[in-house]
Design a protein around this ligand. Structure first.
Ligand code: IMP
Length: 417
């Protein structure tokens, strides 16, 4: 493990290679103790990861999975859209469990505020899309698209708004409300939004960094190590994903660097995370989606229900061209293949390897192992067919599977140099 960790270097990132929910949180949790700074770069409360605090499960949406580790600095980057009541709730949950986080976090002043009204607009836009196209994107309804729309339109409110006087914040909100009413006919509840911002101002004002990007660079130059926790996955990227069924941010490593204001040459490694199979929530293409029993088996064995929305996830098989492309565009240096054990009972495992001239997926069938792999921590202890499965991914993508998940617990992981 030590050799593997030193090969990752001072600044590393963890990026989902599929449609999110690859299980990034577990690797981040394992790696966090070895890094000084844990940073989230993009997205908002559409992400969801389960954190166990004092034996009790909590689902967090904004704070990175690594936040529980005492003494680690937590950064929320400029690429994020932050719903302050959700953030305060997460901070409170940690506080109640005896974990203090405020004094060791910083938030980019140029990150955007996501207001309650953005969620309302998200719902309205989904309805409109459904009535025009017969189907929406299947968003998480967390207001992500509308908050990024404000940002792109250059009318969004940013975290630095909290540094203004209460009167100035009120007047910013009032002009925002007028705009929203004109555009969508929605009455924004300015009093509630103001109360939310005031509560956040009281707690977080001192944690807002006016130049988080320089602050991060200075920290790196002084020797601090950084773990970047990506949100969602490559196939949900607004530019490189399965548009238009994507989220509104850049989920690749390029987006993460932009979201933190981090120069590319500072990055030492980029770990791609992919499930040993594949899942998707929401609408859109999914070439290797399983049918019948297999769909149900994967969902039940993998516990495939959305952490943010509770929706059952669509389940299917790996599609190698997506992993190859993800590795190419992100420059993955390592894989973490997660949830290998979910495939333990499969007799044969289809893997999508391409499409024919008519656009039908071509599969290669690999033999299943039909033996438990749960909790195995050494590659050599995996059944030969499971080893073959992993090697197949490594060979086709040209990226080593340095981490292989064999169960939900922290210890259930193979780590190999
Ligand atoms: P939005 O990000 O809420 O606008 O949703 C856009 C698409 O991204 C929908 O298909 C969502 O289900 C999907 N999505 C957004 N965040 C996540 C995530 O963290 N995991 C999995 N899917 C996500």
């Amino acid at each position: 493990m030590q050799q593997l960790l030193s090969s990752l270097g001072q600044v590393t990132s963890v990026i989902g290679a599929q449609w999110g929910d690859e299980g990034k949180g577990k690797l981040v949790d394992i790696l966090s103790e070895h890094y000084d700074i844990i940073a989230r770069a993009c997205g908002g409360a559409n992400a969801g990861h389960t954190i166990v605090v004092n034996g009790k499960k909590h689902i967090f949406h904004l704070l990175p999975s690594g936040c529980l580790h005492e003494g680690k600095t937590v950064v929320l980057g400029a690429g994020m859209v932050i719903h302050l009541p959700t953030l305060l709730e997460e901070i409170e949950t940690l506080k109640n469990a005896g974990v203090e986080i405020i004094s060791r976090m910083w938030i980019a002043g140029n990150a955007h505020l996501l207001l309650d009204v953005h969620k309302e607009i998200d719902g309205l836009l989904e309805e409109r899309r459904t009535s025009v196209k017969g189907e929406g994107i299947g968003t998480t309804k967390r207001g992500i698209g509308p908050a990024y729309m404000d940002k792109a339109e250059r009318v969004g409110l940013r975290l630095e708004t909290l540094l203004l006087s209460e009167d100035a914040i009120k007047s910013e909100l009032e002009s925002h409300a007028q705009r929203i009413e004109k555009m969508y006919g929605i009455q924004m509840d300015t009093a509630t939004e103001l109360a939310n911002l005031k509560a956040a101002k009281d707690m977080l004002e001192s944690r807002i960094s006016e130049d988080a990007a320089s602050h991060l660079a200075v920290n790196i130059e002084s020797g601090k190590s950084v773990l970047i926790e990506g949100a969602q996955g490559v196939l949900l990227d607004i530019d490189y994903g399965t548009y238009p069924y994507v989220t509104s941010s850049s989920t690749t490593i390029m987006g993460a660097l932009q979201g933190l204001g981090l120069a590319p040459q500072r990055l030492n490694s980029c770990i791609g995370i992919a499930k040993a199979y594949c899942t998707r929530v929401g609408s859109g293409t999914f070439a290797t989606e399983a049918t019948g029993d297999a769909q149900e088996r994967l969902r039940e064995r993998g516990g495939e229900y959305g952490a943010t929305t509770g929706r059952p996830r669509r389940c299917g098989w790996l599609y190698l061209p997506d992993l190859i492309r993800g590795a190419l565009i992100n420059g993955f240096t390592n894989w973490n293949i997660t949830k290998l054990d979910v495939l333990d009972e499969e007799e044969v495992i289809p893997v999508g390897v391409g499409v024919d001239a008519e656009g039908n997926v071509q599969y290669e069938e690999l033999p299943g192992w039909q033996k438990p792999t749960v909790g195995i921590t050494e590659f050599a202890d995996l059944p030969p067919e499971a080893q073959q499965y992993i090697k197949f991914i490594e060979e086709k993508t040209n990226v080593p599977a340095s981490f292989i998940g064999t169960g939900p617990e922290r210890e259930q992981m193979i780590a190999q140099s």
